[in-house]
Design a protein around this ligand. Sequence first.
Ligand SMILES: Cc1ncc(COP(=O)(O)O)c(C=O)c1O
Length: 414
Amino acid sequence: MAVATGKKLDARALRADFPIFEQLIHGRPLAYLDSANSSQKPRQVLDAMTEFYETSYANVHRAVHVLGERATAGLEGARDKVRRFLNARDGREVIFVRNATEGLNLVAYSWGGNNLGPGDAVVVTELEHHSNFVPWQYVARRNGADFLMLPIDENGDPDLSTLDDIARDHTVKVVATNLVSNSLGTIADLGPLVRWAHDHGAIFVCDAAQAAPHMRVDAQALDCDFLAISGHKMCGPSGIGALWGRGELLRSMEPFLLGGHMISSVRYEKTTWGELPHKFEAGTSPIAEAVGLGAAIDYLEAAGPEAIEAHEHELAAYALGRLGEVPGITLYGPPADRRAGVVSFNLEGIHPHDVAQILDRSGVAIRAGHHCCQPLMHKLGVAATNRASFYLYTVPEEIDQLVDGLYTVRKVFA
Ligand SMILES: Cc1ncc(COP(=O)(O)O)c(C=O)c1O
């Protein structure tokens, strides 16, 4: 296992853990610069899942046989790893969901659906991913509450100057923002907004889908009320994410999905709900996926979230410098020290999809599109951008391959 690194991350050594890099794409080494979309998986995660399926798989909680016990231990062990990873106090506050989107919908429907009404407001920012925007917009309006968006200022940060006006006209019940923007990479300073939300009696919902893979995320230090992550963005499998929430809030909420496992008793006259976390985990859990997420967390902890963040700042600085040399390029977002490993850009006169398609021919994988951030694209005055994103296995040569590819793109369109 190559993850016994010291303080500074050794991306080259880590890269050897990822089988996906053992192939050529269109005859070229793979420059995978799409990790903000979904990350690659190390052998440690793949092996943990295979071993679990080969030796310990059964359904959880319901079986009294050995395999059922092993599988339950695997799922609950993973829950405790998530708890420690997020520095949550109690594993019962960690709900397994399919992904961050489902976690945020759970809060919007189960908390928002029962606590929002006319005169209330939900506040989000212009930087949100649709997953932390659309559920709030929908539930707020369905309940007759207002849905308000803080615009971003010239530095790309949410403009907090209108907050007090908002509070004068509304009872603000929810403030929901991301910790790291998937489109610009901006690392938010959430402190002032969290304090403001709590001072005004609102809950604070943190979308940590992009933060958890790239930096230390401490739910207690952030002082948020709910926080959502996705396993597939942090070296884990797809199909699993986690929602952390304050126990007293989760206990007070109605369930989100109903059916097997989430009940205490079912009678024709009345059904009662199970305890946390089961109340929010209807149906068969993503069992092997949880084991994979647990292995991914072990992997990230061994590499060190602080070392991952520092590595990404270095790569972002290198990328901003190298990309800045390309004629006709527009770079979006903050300086490297305030961003995770994400660089969005456009080449003058060339549609991002064309850029991405031509880059693919030279083995470079980036994302082109609106990145599920249409309000932000609207603000930037573009329909789409290209986005290169980096992770713990990214090496500077991949950024060089991207820059070389962009010169080829320019030649094709010359
Ligand atoms: C900031 C942010 N929030 C939420 C999501 C949604 O994640 P998922 O599609 O895994 O639910 C993403 C995915 O790109 C994201 O970047």
